[in-house]
Design a protein around this ligand. Sequence first.
Ligand SMILES: [Zn+2]
Length: 85
Amino acid sequence: MATKKCPQCAEMIMLEARKCRYCGSLVSGGPAKKFGPYNIFWIVLGILVFMGSLFLLILFLPLGILGIIFSMVFLIIGSRRLHNT
Ligand SMILES: [Zn+2]
């Protein structure tokens, strides 16, 4: 079992221990859960993908609406010419 040294009484205690069994002082339990470079990388990647998708949405939403309008206009023109003949 992995052990660590208590910062208060310097006794060897379990690595996962939150409370020292010798002096009763609270110690940071378990493996360190800090924002490592790995976590920051994924957060930055998520933000970048989110911003990119937002940018694409803003860029292509008007084009999509314009495409629908143009297709409706073409369909109306086409149906009118078909009915007139
Ligand atoms: Zn202790």
